[in-house]
Design a binder for this molecule. Sequence first.
Ligand SMILES: C[S@@+](CC[C@H](N)C(=O)[O-])C[C@H]1O[C@@H](n2cnc3c(N)ncnc32)[C@H](O)[C@@H]1O
Length: 261
Amino acid sequence: MIITTAPRPSERINEQVRKLAAELSAKAIPRRNASIQKLLDMSDDNRVIIATEKEVRFYDNANEPPLYFHPSMAYVRVKRLRRGETDPLIELSGCSIGDHIIDCTAGMAADSLVFSYAVGEQGRVEALESEPILCALVREGLASYESGLPDVDAAMKRIHLSCKNHAHYLANLPNKSADIVYFDPMFRQPIMESSAISAFRTIANMDALSAEVVEHAVRVARKTVVIKENQRSGEFERLGFKRTHANTSKIAYGVIHVGSA
Ligand SMILES: C[S@@+](CC[C@H](N)C(=O)[O-])C[C@H]1O[C@@H](n2cnc3c(N)ncnc32)[C@H](O)[C@@H]1O
């Protein structure tokens, strides 16, 4: 993989590229005037990361939009929480101020951001992402994104994101050491095939959640273990979750109340 900058980078961006190259075992090169297609052709695995003043972008196809961190729907959901309205995930999980959340499938950290806002400064959100490229894009984005709302930016910066596989991480945690353990694995059947989602799917971990991981989650959680899935998915039954329809038509949450599990 190649890592480079936008044309005419600042010293801060050059330094960011050097660090990302070391972290991702990629080759840092000067941009000069190379087009995205030329950079992709030069890369041994047809993958390119470009650091700009605004964000870090991942490309694997010059004709498709790059992947980069953006709070997107999470921003809309957090704005609802700011107005005193509820969010289905926060409600169903029983999340409250001060809670400790383990988001086992960070992805673009949208759900982590909603949790982080909801638990506030007294709470803690640990977000685990197994894939190093995704982890790097999102970590850099969470650290620098400016939404225009200081409390939302602070909630982004409070997320503890780490590049870890949840299977190993949960297996080594003590009993009842977090309030909520959350999973949003890649859907077996994608709901929509937009080009941005297809870029995401090329670098995401597509493994199904295992029953053993859910057992550990039940052991670790004090309140609930929650999964998000395609509404018609058989994963709820396979993994022992009670399916609960969310307000949207296509996804559902599954909840295990640990006290009654
Ligand atoms: C559907 S996305 C999660 C989206 C996320 N909830 C959000 O709001 O942006 C699933 C993510 O979990 C990651 N993942 C899958 N299996 C994992 C594992 N065993 N450990 C850590 N991360 C995992 C994938 O790489 C992917 O980024």
